[in-house]
Design a protein around this ligand. Structure first.
Ligand code: NAD
Length: 290
Protein backbone atom coordinates (compact mmCIF):
# COMPACT_ATOMS: atom_id res chain seq x y z
CA UNK A 1 0.00 0.00 0.00
CA UNK A 2 0.99 3.63 -0.48
CA UNK A 3 0.80 5.27 2.93
CA UNK A 4 1.06 8.95 3.89
CA UNK A 5 2.11 9.48 7.53
CA UNK A 6 1.80 12.89 9.17
CA UNK A 7 3.19 13.52 12.66
CA UNK A 8 6.41 11.53 13.08
CA UNK A 9 7.05 12.18 16.78
CA UNK A 10 7.63 9.77 19.67
CA UNK A 11 4.69 7.61 18.60
CA UNK A 12 4.29 8.33 14.88
CA UNK A 13 7.99 7.86 14.06
CA UNK A 14 8.26 4.21 15.14
CA UNK A 15 4.75 3.41 13.83
CA UNK A 16 5.72 4.71 10.36
CA UNK A 17 9.04 2.85 10.53
CA UNK A 18 7.21 -0.42 11.26
CA UNK A 19 4.94 0.08 8.24
CA UNK A 20 7.97 0.72 6.02
CA UNK A 21 9.76 -2.32 7.46
CA UNK A 22 6.72 -4.45 6.56
CA UNK A 23 7.15 -3.44 2.91
CA UNK A 24 4.69 -0.57 2.52
CA UNK A 25 5.66 2.56 0.62
CA UNK A 26 5.57 5.26 3.30
CA UNK A 27 5.78 8.98 2.58
CA UNK A 28 5.98 11.15 5.68
CA UNK A 29 5.73 14.74 6.86
CA UNK A 30 6.43 16.39 10.20
CA UNK A 31 6.79 20.07 11.05
CA UNK A 32 9.97 19.24 12.94
CA UNK A 33 13.17 17.99 11.39
CA UNK A 34 12.98 14.19 11.64
CA UNK A 35 14.54 11.16 9.97
CA UNK A 36 12.67 7.86 10.06
CA UNK A 37 14.15 4.66 8.69
CA UNK A 38 12.46 3.56 5.46
CA UNK A 39 10.19 6.66 5.25
CA UNK A 40 10.50 9.12 2.36
CA UNK A 41 10.10 12.64 3.74
CA UNK A 42 8.29 15.38 1.81
CA UNK A 43 7.85 19.07 2.59
CA UNK A 44 4.09 19.32 3.26
CA UNK A 45 1.22 17.33 4.69
CA UNK A 46 -0.64 17.63 1.36
CA UNK A 47 2.35 16.15 -0.51
CA UNK A 48 2.42 13.17 1.87
CA UNK A 49 -1.32 12.62 1.33
CA UNK A 50 -1.34 12.89 -2.46
CA UNK A 51 -1.76 9.50 -4.15
CA UNK A 52 -1.84 7.54 -0.87
CA UNK A 53 -4.24 4.64 -0.27
CA UNK A 54 -4.24 5.40 3.46
CA UNK A 55 -3.17 8.59 5.25
CA UNK A 56 -2.35 8.23 8.95
CA UNK A 57 -2.14 11.22 11.29
CA UNK A 58 -0.46 11.08 14.74
CA UNK A 59 -0.68 14.63 16.08
CA UNK A 60 -0.71 16.37 19.47
CA UNK A 61 -4.35 17.54 19.69
CA UNK A 62 -7.71 18.12 18.01
CA UNK A 63 -7.04 21.68 16.89
CA UNK A 64 -3.87 20.62 15.02
CA UNK A 65 -5.73 17.63 13.59
CA UNK A 66 -8.45 19.94 12.19
CA UNK A 67 -5.81 22.22 10.59
CA UNK A 68 -3.94 19.29 9.05
CA UNK A 69 -7.23 17.73 7.85
CA UNK A 70 -8.01 20.95 5.95
CA UNK A 71 -4.71 20.45 4.09
CA UNK A 72 -4.78 16.73 3.42
CA UNK A 73 -8.41 15.79 2.74
CA UNK A 74 -8.69 17.82 -0.49
CA UNK A 75 -5.37 16.33 -1.70
CA UNK A 76 -6.43 12.71 -1.14
CA UNK A 77 -7.68 10.33 -3.83
CA UNK A 78 -11.41 9.46 -3.63
CA UNK A 79 -11.92 6.10 -1.90
CA UNK A 80 -8.70 6.43 0.12
CA UNK A 81 -8.86 6.30 3.93
CA UNK A 82 -7.86 8.84 6.56
CA UNK A 83 -6.91 7.08 9.81
CA UNK A 84 -6.31 9.39 12.75
CA UNK A 85 -4.37 7.72 15.57
CA UNK A 86 -3.93 10.86 17.73
CA UNK A 87 -5.74 11.21 21.05
CA UNK A 88 -8.17 14.09 20.48
CA UNK A 89 -11.59 15.28 21.65
CA UNK A 90 -14.59 13.32 20.39
CA UNK A 91 -16.05 16.41 18.66
CA UNK A 92 -12.91 16.97 16.56
CA UNK A 93 -12.79 13.27 15.65
CA UNK A 94 -16.41 13.36 14.44
CA UNK A 95 -15.99 16.67 12.59
CA UNK A 96 -12.89 15.49 10.71
CA UNK A 97 -14.58 12.18 9.82
CA UNK A 98 -17.63 14.02 8.46
CA UNK A 99 -15.37 16.28 6.39
CA UNK A 100 -13.52 13.24 4.99
CA UNK A 101 -16.71 11.37 4.14
CA UNK A 102 -18.14 14.48 2.42
CA UNK A 103 -14.99 14.45 0.25
CA UNK A 104 -15.62 10.81 -0.79
CA UNK A 105 -13.05 9.33 1.59
CA UNK A 106 -13.18 6.64 4.27
CA UNK A 107 -12.52 7.86 7.82
CA UNK A 108 -11.39 6.06 10.97
CA UNK A 109 -10.51 7.48 14.38
CA UNK A 110 -8.09 4.97 15.91
CA UNK A 111 -6.30 6.18 19.04
CA UNK A 112 -3.85 3.81 20.64
CA UNK A 113 -2.78 2.43 23.97
CA UNK A 114 0.67 1.02 24.67
CA UNK A 115 2.96 4.05 24.71
CA UNK A 116 6.28 4.52 22.95
CA UNK A 117 7.36 0.96 23.81
CA UNK A 118 4.25 -0.40 22.10
CA UNK A 119 4.79 1.88 19.10
CA UNK A 120 8.40 0.69 18.68
CA UNK A 121 7.58 -2.96 19.27
CA UNK A 122 4.44 -3.03 17.09
CA UNK A 123 2.32 -4.08 20.06
CA UNK A 124 -0.17 -1.19 20.31
CA UNK A 125 -3.88 -1.64 20.97
CA UNK A 126 -6.06 0.30 18.50
CA UNK A 127 -9.59 1.38 19.43
CA UNK A 128 -11.36 2.38 16.27
CA UNK A 129 -14.45 4.31 15.25
CA UNK A 130 -15.89 4.58 11.75
CA UNK A 131 -17.55 2.57 8.99
CA UNK A 132 -16.95 -1.16 8.41
CA UNK A 133 -15.30 -0.32 5.07
CA UNK A 134 -12.91 2.14 6.74
CA UNK A 135 -12.01 -0.33 9.47
CA UNK A 136 -11.46 -3.12 6.93
CA UNK A 137 -9.07 -0.93 4.93
CA UNK A 138 -7.07 0.06 8.03
CA UNK A 139 -7.07 -3.37 9.72
CA UNK A 140 -3.98 -4.82 7.92
CA UNK A 141 -2.00 -1.76 9.02
CA UNK A 142 -3.24 -2.09 12.62
CA UNK A 143 -1.93 -5.67 12.50
CA UNK A 144 1.55 -4.42 11.66
CA UNK A 145 1.61 -1.57 14.20
CA UNK A 146 -0.23 -3.37 16.98
CA UNK A 147 -1.37 -6.60 18.55
CA UNK A 148 -5.07 -5.83 18.87
CA UNK A 149 -7.64 -3.63 17.14
CA UNK A 150 -11.20 -3.27 18.38
CA UNK A 151 -13.86 -1.72 16.14
CA UNK A 152 -15.79 0.19 18.81
CA UNK A 153 -18.55 1.70 16.66
CA UNK A 154 -19.24 4.75 14.49
CA UNK A 155 -16.97 7.79 14.09
CA UNK A 156 -15.77 9.09 17.46
CA UNK A 157 -16.23 5.72 19.20
CA UNK A 158 -12.47 5.07 19.23
CA UNK A 159 -11.81 8.37 20.98
CA UNK A 160 -14.68 7.68 23.39
CA UNK A 161 -13.11 4.33 24.35
CA UNK A 162 -9.67 5.90 24.71
CA UNK A 163 -10.73 8.68 27.08
CA UNK A 164 -12.88 6.31 29.17
CA UNK A 165 -9.87 3.97 29.49
CA UNK A 166 -7.56 6.82 30.43
CA UNK A 167 -10.04 8.25 32.93
CA UNK A 168 -9.91 4.87 34.70
CA UNK A 169 -6.10 4.95 34.45
CA UNK A 170 -5.81 8.43 36.01
CA UNK A 171 -8.23 7.66 38.84
CA UNK A 172 -6.56 4.30 39.54
CA UNK A 173 -3.06 5.77 39.60
CA UNK A 174 -4.15 8.34 42.17
CA UNK A 175 -5.84 5.65 44.30
CA UNK A 176 -2.72 3.44 44.12
CA UNK A 177 -0.40 6.33 45.06
CA UNK A 178 -2.49 7.57 47.96
CA UNK A 179 -2.81 4.01 49.30
CA UNK A 180 1.00 3.56 49.17
CA UNK A 181 1.47 6.90 50.99
CA UNK A 182 -1.05 5.84 53.64
CA UNK A 183 0.64 2.44 53.99
CA UNK A 184 3.99 4.23 54.52
CA UNK A 185 2.51 6.32 57.30
CA UNK A 186 1.02 3.19 58.88
CA UNK A 187 4.53 1.71 58.93
CA UNK A 188 3.84 -0.98 56.33
CA UNK A 189 6.77 -2.26 54.27
CA UNK A 190 6.28 -1.33 50.59
CA UNK A 191 7.23 -4.74 49.27
CA UNK A 192 4.68 -6.36 51.63
CA UNK A 193 2.08 -3.82 50.48
CA UNK A 194 2.79 -4.78 46.85
CA UNK A 195 2.78 -8.52 47.61
CA UNK A 196 -0.66 -8.25 49.23
CA UNK A 197 -2.42 -5.77 46.91
CA UNK A 198 -1.07 -7.18 43.64
CA UNK A 199 -2.74 -10.50 44.48
CA UNK A 200 -5.82 -9.09 46.27
CA UNK A 201 -8.91 -7.18 45.24
CA UNK A 202 -7.01 -3.86 45.09
CA UNK A 203 -4.90 -5.08 42.18
CA UNK A 204 -4.79 -3.01 39.00
CA UNK A 205 -2.56 -2.23 36.03
CA UNK A 206 -1.11 0.72 37.95
CA UNK A 207 -0.13 -1.54 40.86
CA UNK A 208 0.80 -4.73 39.03
CA UNK A 209 2.38 -3.50 35.79
CA UNK A 210 3.42 0.12 36.47
CA UNK A 211 4.01 0.20 40.22
CA UNK A 212 4.59 3.82 41.37
CA UNK A 213 6.90 2.74 44.23
CA UNK A 214 10.61 2.50 43.28
CA UNK A 215 12.22 -0.90 43.70
CA UNK A 216 8.89 -2.70 44.00
CA UNK A 217 7.14 -4.74 41.30
CA UNK A 218 8.23 -4.79 37.65
CA UNK A 219 10.57 -2.11 36.33
CA UNK A 220 8.66 1.16 35.83
CA UNK A 221 9.36 4.93 35.55
CA UNK A 222 9.50 5.03 39.40
CA UNK A 223 12.80 3.15 39.05
CA UNK A 224 14.10 5.87 36.74
CA UNK A 225 13.50 8.93 38.95
CA UNK A 226 9.95 9.19 37.52
CA UNK A 227 11.12 10.18 34.04
CA UNK A 228 8.27 9.47 31.57
CA UNK A 229 7.00 6.90 30.46
CA UNK A 230 3.64 8.54 30.25
CA UNK A 231 3.99 12.18 31.26
CA UNK A 232 1.70 13.72 33.89
CA UNK A 233 0.78 16.53 31.47
CA UNK A 234 -0.40 13.99 28.86
CA UNK A 235 -2.50 12.32 31.56
CA UNK A 236 -3.95 15.75 32.34
CA UNK A 237 -4.75 16.30 28.65
CA UNK A 238 -6.63 12.98 28.48
CA UNK A 239 -8.48 13.60 31.76
CA UNK A 240 -9.58 17.01 30.48
CA UNK A 241 -10.84 15.36 27.29
CA UNK A 242 -12.83 12.93 29.45
CA UNK A 243 -14.44 15.78 31.39
CA UNK A 244 -15.16 17.70 28.17
CA UNK A 245 -16.89 14.58 26.81
CA UNK A 246 -18.75 14.04 30.11
CA UNK A 247 -19.97 17.63 29.96
CA UNK A 248 -21.29 17.30 26.41
CA UNK A 249 -22.87 13.88 27.12
CA UNK A 250 -24.31 15.00 30.51
CA UNK A 251 -22.52 12.15 32.33
CA UNK A 252 -21.78 12.28 36.07
CA UNK A 253 -18.02 11.54 36.49
CA UNK A 254 -17.04 12.83 39.96
CA UNK A 255 -13.91 10.65 40.29
CA UNK A 256 -12.77 11.70 36.82
CA UNK A 257 -13.24 15.34 37.83
CA UNK A 258 -11.24 14.92 41.04
CA UNK A 259 -8.45 13.18 39.12
CA UNK A 260 -8.45 16.01 36.56
CA UNK A 261 -8.22 18.64 39.32
CA UNK A 262 -5.41 16.79 41.10
CA UNK A 263 -3.34 16.32 37.94
CA UNK A 264 -3.93 19.99 37.01
CA UNK A 265 -2.64 21.05 40.44
CA UNK A 266 0.30 18.63 40.16
CA UNK A 267 1.35 19.76 36.67
CA UNK A 268 0.52 23.46 36.89
CA UNK A 269 1.31 24.47 40.49
CA UNK A 270 3.45 21.68 41.97
CA UNK A 271 6.37 19.71 40.56
CA UNK A 272 4.59 17.41 38.07
CA UNK A 273 5.68 19.14 34.84
CA UNK A 274 8.03 16.82 32.95
CA UNK A 275 7.46 13.96 35.41
CA UNK A 276 5.83 10.62 34.83
CA UNK A 277 2.18 10.41 35.91
CA UNK A 278 3.15 7.92 38.65
CA UNK A 279 5.13 10.71 40.40
CA UNK A 280 1.87 11.30 42.27
CA UNK A 281 3.36 8.96 44.90
CA UNK A 282 6.18 11.30 46.05
CA UNK A 283 3.60 14.10 45.88
CA UNK A 284 1.30 12.31 48.36
CA UNK A 285 4.25 11.34 50.57
CA UNK A 286 5.03 15.00 51.15
CA UNK A 287 1.55 15.86 52.31
CA UNK A 288 -0.54 15.43 55.42
CA UNK A 289 -4.30 15.94 55.66
CA UNK A 290 -4.11 19.69 56.28
P1 NAD B 1 4.98 14.07 19.86
O1 NAD B 1 4.89 15.48 20.33
O2 NAD B 1 6.24 13.30 20.10
O3 NAD B 1 4.64 13.99 18.28
C1 NAD B 1 3.76 14.82 17.61
C2 NAD B 1 4.42 15.23 16.32
O4 NAD B 1 3.50 16.00 15.55
C3 NAD B 1 5.65 16.09 16.52
O5 NAD B 1 6.77 15.48 15.89
C4 NAD B 1 5.29 17.43 15.88
O6 NAD B 1 6.38 18.08 15.27
C5 NAD B 1 4.24 16.98 14.87
N1 NAD B 1 3.35 18.05 14.45
C6 NAD B 1 2.73 18.98 15.20
N2 NAD B 1 1.97 19.80 14.41
C7 NAD B 1 2.13 19.36 13.15
C8 NAD B 1 1.61 19.78 11.90
N3 NAD B 1 0.78 20.83 11.80
N4 NAD B 1 1.99 19.11 10.79
C9 NAD B 1 2.86 18.05 10.89
N5 NAD B 1 3.38 17.61 12.04
C10 NAD B 1 3.01 18.26 13.16
O7 NAD B 1 3.73 13.32 20.53
P2 NAD B 1 3.50 11.75 20.65
O8 NAD B 1 3.95 11.28 21.98
O9 NAD B 1 4.01 11.09 19.40
O10 NAD B 1 1.90 11.70 20.68
C11 NAD B 1 1.12 11.83 19.51
C12 NAD B 1 -0.33 11.52 19.86
O11 NAD B 1 -0.41 10.20 20.43
C13 NAD B 1 -0.93 12.45 20.92
O12 NAD B 1 -2.26 12.73 20.55
C14 NAD B 1 -0.84 11.65 22.22
O13 NAD B 1 -1.84 12.03 23.16
C15 NAD B 1 -1.07 10.25 21.69
N6 NAD B 1 -0.50 9.18 22.53
C16 NAD B 1 0.75 9.29 23.06
C17 NAD B 1 1.25 8.26 23.85
C18 NAD B 1 2.63 8.35 24.46
O14 NAD B 1 2.94 7.53 25.35
N7 NAD B 1 3.49 9.27 24.02
C19 NAD B 1 0.49 7.12 24.08
C20 NAD B 1 -0.79 7.00 23.48
C21 NAD B 1 -1.26 8.05 22.71
Amino acid sequence: MKIGFIGLGNMGGPMAANLAKAGHEVTGFDMADVAIEGVTLVDSAAAAATGADVVITMLPNGQILRTVADEILPAMTKGAAHVDCSTVDVDSAKAVAEQAEAAGLLAVDAPVSGGVGGAAGGTLTFMAGGSNAGFAKAAPLFEIMGQKAVHCGASGAGQSAKICNNMILGVTMIATCEAFALADKLGLDRQKMFDVVSTSSGYSWTMNAYCPAPGVGPKSPADNAYQPGFAADLMLKDLRLSQQAAESADADTPMGQIATDLYAQFVESEDGQGMDFSAMLPRFEKRGRG
